[in-house]
Design a protein around this ligand. Structure first.
Ligand code: ADP
Ligand code: MG
Length: 348
């Protein structure tokens, strides 16, 4: 059983508070993804769990064991970095076996585990090569292999695919998903890539400025964001958020809760209609054709801008005036603090 439990975690570097009280429960075998803007503390939190950094306050439990004072090597975790961090003068085989050698695992067992990991990651043919003789994707596989051979209780990944080109990222993403399925080991994964977070995670943790904004399944975060920050961080292109009194929006909206200061609607939930028909009206200022869909930039009557995903073949030209419709169920209402007003709270 390797659950991970963070209780009141704080981290200061000198006088700078980087992690400001994080509580988090990660279940055994779960794939948890940390997302958030650059500098919000994702890597720091991962390094605190690994033991590479020491916490300033709080408690970290890994598999029911309090590990605050436990050395990184004794925590049962393995970390994979964006930079791979391979030893250039060692072969793939020796890179993968290095940690085991340090831990005095006997040679036969070492080779058995390297063979096993190499088969899992399709590295068999590359075992005698040096890192410089490998592609980026192959190097990242070796870095993952080095983590696997230690049979860790928890894998920690810090943006492991960020240095790969787009095609390879998609491929490695599916490999990591398959790996998690096969090993069923607890994984904590940091990324700034929306698609990676949404596709890999059982549970996403949205961080901002050293605090947890929301924890939930990808679907929960997309459909029921707790606040404007999460609403606009999850989903791409980001959710339109308009003041609730933006004319002529409010008049036409059903059941707007009285405390609503702003209304959110995702670009994919706005439908283009004739100017007289919508709940919103505006002028198209830019059409970005991407193939499958077109992204319309619309200057709304009343002075606000919004984005619309348009999937019809014939698109409205720049300068044309259009109406926009949204289904009530796809609207998000937020109070003056930017917190979501729950559907149940405004249906009464
Ligand atoms: N060793 C350190 N000393 C001082 N400040 C640090 C150190 N490591 C990280 N920070 C600061 O902590 C904040 C969070 O960094 P980090 O965890 O790397 O963010 P993220 O991974 O989310 O981009 C940043 O402002 C960063 O400058
Ligand atoms: Mg980072």
């Amino acid at each position: 059983m390797t659950n991970v439990f963070l209780k009141g975690i704080e981290k200061r570097f000198g006088s700078v508070e980087v992690i400001r009280g994080v509580d988090l429960q990660i279940d055994d075998g779960e794939f948890v993804v940390f997302v958030g803007p650059s500098g919000c503390g994702k890597s720091t939190l991962l390094r605190l769990i690994s033991g590479l950094e020491h916490i300033s306050a709080g408690d970290i439990y890994i598999g029911d064991r309090l590990v605050n004072e436990v050395q990184p090597a004794q925590r049962g975790v393995a970390m994979v970095f964006q930079s791979y961090a391979l030893y250039p003068h060692l072969t793939v085989r020796d890179n993968m076996g290095f940690g085991l050698k340090v831990r005095k695992v006997p040679p036969a067992e070492r080779q058995r585990r390297i063979g096993e990991a190499a088969a899992t990651l399709k590295l068999d043919a590359l075992l005698d090569r040096y890192p410089r003789e490998l592609s980026g994707g192959q190097r990242q596989r070796v870095a993952i292999g080095r983590a696997i051979v230690g049979h860790p209780d928890v894998f920690l990944f810090d943006e492991p695919l960020s240095n790969l080109d787009a095609e390879l990222r998609v491929h490695m993403r599916s490999e990591i998903a398959a790996l998690h399925k096969r090993l069923a080991t607890t994984m904590i994964y940091v990324t700034h890539d929306q698609i990676e977070a949404m596709t890999l995670a059982d549970k996403i943790v949205v961080l901002r400025d050293g605090r947890v904004e929301q924890v939930g399944s990808p679907r929960t975060l997309y459909e029921n964001p707790a606040n404007i920050f999460v609403a606009q961080f999850i989903g791409s292109p980001k959710m339109n958020v308009l003041p609730a009194d933006a004319a002529p929006l409010l008049a036409a909206l059903p059941a707007t809760p009285p405390s609503a200061e702003s209304v959110g609607v995702r670009p994919e939930h706005l439908t283009v209609v004739s100017p007289g028909e919508g709940v919103l009206r505006g002028e198209v200022t830019l059409c970005e054709y991407t193939g499958a869909v077109t992204l319309l930039h619309v200057a709304l009557d009343g002075g606000h801008d919004c984005l619309v995903i348009y999937d019809e073949r014939e698109m409205p030209g720049v300068g044309s005036v259009i109406g926009l419709r949204a289904e009530g169920q796809n609207l998000h209402f937020f109070n003056q603090h930017g917190q979501a007003i729950l559907a149940s709270a405004h249906s009464t």
